[in-house]
Design a protein around this ligand. Structure first.
Ligand SMILES: NC(=O)c1ccc[n+]([C@@H]2O[C@H](COP(=O)([O-])OP(=O)(O)OC[C@H]3O[C@@H](n4cnc5c(N)ncnc54)[C@H](OP(=O)(O)O)[C@@H]3O)[C@@H](O)[C@H]2O)c1
Length: 253
């Protein structure tokens, strides 16, 4: 971390130590000198290692421990942000797991439970816990933003469209269901805070080469997976809310 965090916009990203989350951190820290990014990680050592790889530091960045499957961990993270910064301007719900992470589990129920624990319950609990800090930012004149990194795989519109490029992936029912539920959480929160002017949006990073899919050779490079998320994390009062999009435009819900 460099400099002083006073008067900075405070951003928390879950799962920021690798993959798409780390690309989002890189882009925010390189492009936003008025931001202080809290890089969420399950192990501080992983967060510190990720930060040591950052080349361009315009804004600030520091690691913060958070495991979204633990309410104690979420509460400790929120309390630390409150103590150290007194507010949160932006929450990016990025932490997530896919089918590879659960393939060794013994039953469909166990796989579903593990996927939903991170991708749905974790997102819901993290968001709910962050609301008081986002309200504190609003009280100081900020426009709170929440970005949900979901997936085109969670789109009901895509799923039912037989000409969709991943129509054959409709066999990934547990993961797709978890991302559909995450989209619903984002959509609900966007309406709950619409009148207050908060900017709450979902986005799909696209199929990107990360640990999530064992860096599959047909996946796209990870860098551009951060673009839409960063646009949504840096919206001002005139920006959209209640949308689902990707780098190219609107996604069907
Ligand atoms: N890659 C794709 O093609 C793709 C496509 C569409 C959507 N997405 C979504 O993009 C997001 C990021 O995925 P990615 O591809 O960057 O995956 P990744 O490289 O595997 O990174 C996932 C991140 O989430 C963290 N994480 C996992 N479980 C967590 C938990 N319980 N609490 C807190 N953090 C946790 C991981 O921490 P550790 O390092 O400690 O494991 C890691 O930092 C996910 O929500 C995923 O569903 C990815």
């Amino acid at each position: 971390m460099a400099g002083n965090s006073a008067n900075k916009q405070i951003v928390l990203i879950t799962g920021g130590n690798q993959g798409i989350g780390f690309e989002i951190v890189k882009k925010l820290v390189a492009e936003q000198p008025t931001y202080h990014v809290l890089l969420g990680c399950r192990a501080l050592s992983k967060g510190e290692e990720a930060i040591s790889k950052l080349e361009k530091l315009a804004g600030l960045v520091s690691p913060i421990e958070v495991d979204v499957t633990s309410n104690d961990s979420i509460a400790a993270c929120v309390a630390q942000i409150d103590r150290q910064h007194g507010k949160l301007d932006v929450l990016i719900n990025n932490a997530g797991i896919g089918r590879h992470a659960v393939e060794d589990l013994p039953s469909l129920r166990a796989k579903m439970a593990a996927l939903f624990d991170v991708n749905v319950f974790g997102v819901m609990e993290m968001t709910d816990a962050a609301i008081p800090l986002l309200k504190k930012a609003a009280d100081q004149g900020s426009v709170p933003r929440i970005v949900f990194i979901t997936s085109e795989m969670g789109s009901l519109g895509n799923t039912l469209n037989s000409s969709w490029k991943y129509y054959k992936s409709n066999t990934s029912v547990p993961y797709k269901s978890s991302k559909a539920a995450a989209n619903m959480i984002g959509a609900c929160y966007s309406t709950l805070f619409q009148n207050e002017g908060w900017k709450i949006n979902c986005c799909c990073p696209g199929f990107r080469k990360t640990a999530f899919n064992h860096h599959m050779s047909n996946a796209m490079d990870v860098e551009e997976g951060a673009v839409r998320a960063v646009e949504l994390a840096t919206l001002d009062k005139d920006g959209p809310t209640g949308t689902f999009s990707n780098i190219d435009g609107t996604e069907p819900w």
